[in-house]
Design a protein around this ligand. Structure first.
Ligand code: CP3
Length: 323
């Protein structure tokens, strides 16, 4: 999950050095520093690359901007024919600063700190590419997937190809674990979910593992509810990130121990703090005790989070004995 960002004063200070967010993401001096900030402060076990999932549409040729108070805004597309202009040809060149960030991070991070690379899944990237922004219900994306499946398949195929190349290159540059964010998988019905979430993810996992058979891949099918079990069992992912709605005991019973579970703590609890936070941290740990589990949030840290609440959650966690 996002662990850097605006809740940290040191990030806000760094962020003003570059007004344009994507340019920030393409400046290794800034991205290396932003990745290291939460590690210095808290000593997390793993660092997640500072970048954004929307560097992919940008690299494919669909213009992306980030507007204050709105979030990402993408160049408008009228229909599937507009995707014919996109191309993977300049992808690796365009994303060279991301690879340089990983190379530098692997040298700068303590050896015991794992380095996580990431990308958005095809479905979630298509969400932003078709809708043009977040904060909408995804109706335009779904209608395109239902009405023009053959043309939609071309976009998804292009994204799959781009993501296999991008993620493989992240591993070659120093990423030791990969995470695929499917932040919008929860809007897909079962048919769309199987075709456009599970199937592309399965091919991406296979494609990346052809070059890097041992790299662990974590999937985050946010909002997928009961379909998360099919996702975990069919895609070949090694880890499943859980959103905050996922019933913990239930998912534990569904997923075999060779798939690591992670996440689930409600990010609002980190804003709340106090006894409510302590209690839930203990509960998550307790329900997952005795099976492979990575303690994490159910979604990224929110800007109003008091940094001392993150420290508090960690101290509760670190007091609990390892089992
Ligand atoms: O530790 C880290 O912060 C890792 C870096 C990271 C960012 N984005 C930086 C970022 C990661 C892993 C992401 C992933 C990402 N980006 C996702 C998938 C995970 C999720 O949260 O669901 C998605 C959907 C995006 C797209 C995106 N980027 C949105 C919707 C926004 C705007 C929301 C907001 O809070 O403003 C962003 C901007 C963004 N990406 C910020 C950061 C730190 C905030 C922008 C800023 O600092 O000015």
């Amino acid at each position: 999950m996002r662990q850097a960002g605006r809740y940290l004063s040191e990030y806000r200070e760094l962020r003003v050095r570059e007004t344009d967010f994507l340019t920030f993401c393409y400046t290794p001096d800034l991205t290396v520093e932003a990745t290291l900030q939460p590690i210095r402060r808290y000593g997390f076990d793993a660092a997640i690359l500072f970048s954004d999932i929307l560097v992919i549409p940008d690299a494919l040729g669909q213009k992306v901007t980030f507007e204050g108070g709105v979030g990402p805004v993408l160049q408008e597309i009228e229909g599937p024919k507009d995707f014919a202009r996109l191309s993977v040809d300049r992808l690796e060149e365009h994303l060279a600063p991301v690879f340089e960030t990983l190379v530098r991070l692997r040298k700068e991070l303590p050896s015991e700190t794992a380095l996580i690379g990431f990308a958005g899944s095809p479905w979630t990237l298509a969400f932003y590419m078709v809708e043009g922004r977040g904060g909408v219900d995804g109706g335009k994306l779904k209608r395109m997937a239902y009405a023009a499946p053959d043309e939609f398949a071309k976009l998804m195929g292009l994204l799959e190809k781009a993501l296999i190349a991008y993620l493989s290159r992240q591993v070659a540059s120093g990423a030791e674990v990969l995470q695929l964010f499917d932040s919008w998988s929860g809007i897909a019905d079962e048919t769309l979910f199987r075709r456009w979430v599970i199937e592309p993810t399965k091919r991406i996992v296979k494609g990346v593992k052809e070059c890097h058979p041992n790299v662990p891949i974590i999937g985050f099918p946010r909002g997928s509810g009961a379909l998360a079990t099919a996702y975990a069992l069919e895609t070949g992912v090694n880890g499943l990130s859980l959103d905050s709605q996922m019933p913990l005991q239930w998912i534990r019973e569904q997923i075999p121990d060779d798939i690591v579970l992670q996440g689930n703590l409600d990010n609002q609890l980190l804003i709340t703090g106090g006894a409510a936070l302590d209690q839930e941290v203990r509960r998550v740990r307790q329900v997952m005790s005795g099976r492979p589990f990575v303690f994490n949030l159910g979604h990224g840290i929110l800007p109003p989070t008091p940094p001392e609440n993150v420290a508090r959650a960690l101290s509760v966690l670190r007091e609990l004995k390892a089992d």
